[in-house]
Design a protein. Structure first.
Length: 239
């Protein structure tokens, strides 16, 4: 099968700043692909190009065989997105918001059952509180539920466990793993080596706008700890 996400020679510049410089990588259905890299490496720009939120200057992006920049509505319904800033309306309350989003899909994920997204992510405890009054970790959980409620074939998750306490982090990791095992191509950006080691089937390391390593954990680490290998790769790239 072709990859669910295919990026080839991706380039993006903001005036004099080169954000992406020929990045290439793939992500497959039924796998968690973890994208790691230091701040400013180009991770967010790269994923936003895959989400159709930014237009590349050069290169090619295909998500489910479609150019996301020109994607029609039916394609977007097949893709879940969790943005870095959450992207949630501040005046909304989590439960009504998620119910509304659920109503937009023909076959949404279970939202409020015993094993639904609300229960799994502990959203019921603050479901009637406006988004503006939520903690960072609570917003993360709502944003994750919003990204997954449509049963996406591809899910782009930007640091899904950031700001969560240890118990909530484990719940999120279990949920992400289950979503991938059910066939979704999950692409998550992370600064957590533990998260990448526990979840990722495939790892992409980005530095200075380029992909400096890609493969399974064993292939990327080459017998080293992921943290050690990561710092060696990224320091070399920016030297």
């Amino acid at each position: 099968m072709p990859p669910a996400v295919a990026v080839h020679g991706l380039a993006k510049r903001y005036r004099d700043v080169v954000a992406l410089d020929g990045a290439s990588w793939t992500a497959s259905a039924g796998q968690v692909t973890a994208v790691l890299g230091p701040n400013g490496a180009g991770k967010t720009t790269m994923v936003e190009c895959c989400e159709g939120l930014r237009r590349p200057d050069a290169g090619e992006v295909r998500v489910l065989g479609t150019d996301p920049w020109h994607a029609p509505a039916d394609h977007r319904a097949r893709v879940g997105v969790m943005l870095q800033d959450g992207g949630l309306p501040n005046a909304a309350r989590p439960l009504p918001l998620l119910r509304h989003l659920s109503s937009l899909y023909a076959t949404p994920a279970d939202l409020e059952g015993a094993d639904g997204l609300v229960a799994r992510l502990g959203i019921g405890a603050f479901g009637a509180t406006s988004v503006r009054r939520l903690s960072g970790g609570q917003r993360q959980r709502v944003a994750l539920a919003a990204a997954l409620v449509g049963r996406p074939e591809v899910a782009f998750l930007d640091e899904p466990s950031a700001g969560l306490d240890p118990h909530a982090r484990l719940d999120v990791w279990d949920l992400v793993r289950e979503v991938a095992d059910a066939g979704t191509a999950v692409v998550l950006t992370t600064h957590s080596f533990e998260e990448a080691e526990r979840l990722a089937d495939h790892i992409v390391v980005v530095a200075a706008g380029r992909v400096v390593a890609e493969g399974t954990l064993a292939e990327v680490t080459a017998g080293q700890r992921l943290e050690d290998r990561y710092f060696a790769l990224t320091r070399k790239a920016v030297a």
